[in-house]
Design a protein around this ligand. Structure first.
Ligand code: AMP
Length: 218
């Protein structure tokens, strides 16, 4: 199963992509995590991405496309993957088609998480991320046992730099202008599945899983 998850920052897309990845045992490829990891390791890619990410802007495609293609080439991706945070622009969607063609693969579906701006701003201000393993929490909806420590590895939880309100507003603008055209693109391809992303994590996951089960049957 090869899936793309679409949705604005704070739409719950990473949480749900993670749950889908666990349930059907295929890796989640989260480009934001790949970039943060490259930054933490101070690689060439990390240094290139740093300035864009801090500003809440998109990292250029000549960095993103090879990064994704390389990750998709790893052995754990042989039976599929959940792409989370990629593609984010039409140019990236076309770049993805080219990567898929080289790999003789095709997407099975594009899941769109639909959540309004008011919910997004509230969710992101309450979001915390583990500095070590990148696990996400929400202090209201999915609180960690200790508000400052990760349940999984015990490391420190922080508000991400780019979850500050000004940066979030910029990321939402970037999403509307850059990513929204993808919705039409995947709709035209017959791949789009729109999910109401307001609701508790389990209820939203059930909606997504129904769609995925239908995609698997078709
Ligand atoms: P995320 O963790 O998906 O919210 O991504 C955090 C940041 O990483 C974004 O605001 C961008 O700066 C960068 N980023 C992640 N994925 C992409 C992508 N597909 N294209 C360009 N930049 C990206």
């Amino acid at each position: 199963m090869r899936l793309v998850f679409l949705g604005s920052p704070g739409s719950g897309k990473s949480t749900q992509a993670g749950l889908v990845s666990e349930k059907i045992k295929i890796p989640r490829i989260a480009t934001g995590d790949l970039l943060r990891d490259a930054m933490a390791r101070d690689t060439d890619i990390g240094r290139k991405a740093d300035v864009y990410m801090k500003r809440g802007e998109l990292v250029p495609d000549d960095v993103m496309l090879p990064l994704v293609e390389q990750r998709m080439g790893e052995p754990d991706c042989a039976d599929g993957y959940v792409l989370d945070g990629f593609p984010r622009t039409l140019a990236q969607a076309i770049g993805l088609e080219e990567i898929l063609a080289r790999r003789e693969e095709a997407l099975d579906g594009a899941i769109l998480m639909d959540v309004d701006t008011e919910h997004i701003l509230k969710r992101l201000s309450r979001r915390r991320v583990c500095t070590e393993c990148n696990t996400l929490y929400n202090l209201d909806a999915e609180p960690p046992r200790d508000s400052e420590r990760c349940n999984k590895c015990g490391c420190e939880l922080v508000l991400r730099d780019d979850d500050a309100e000004d940066t979030v507003r910029r990321r939402l603008r970037v999403y509307r202008s850059g990513t929204f055209p993808l919705v039409e693109y995947y709709e035209a391809e017959g791949l789009l599945r729109k999910i109401d992303g307001v609701g508790d994590t389990k209820a939203v996951f059930d909606l997504i899983f129904d769609e995925i089960s239908e995609l698997r049957r078709s």
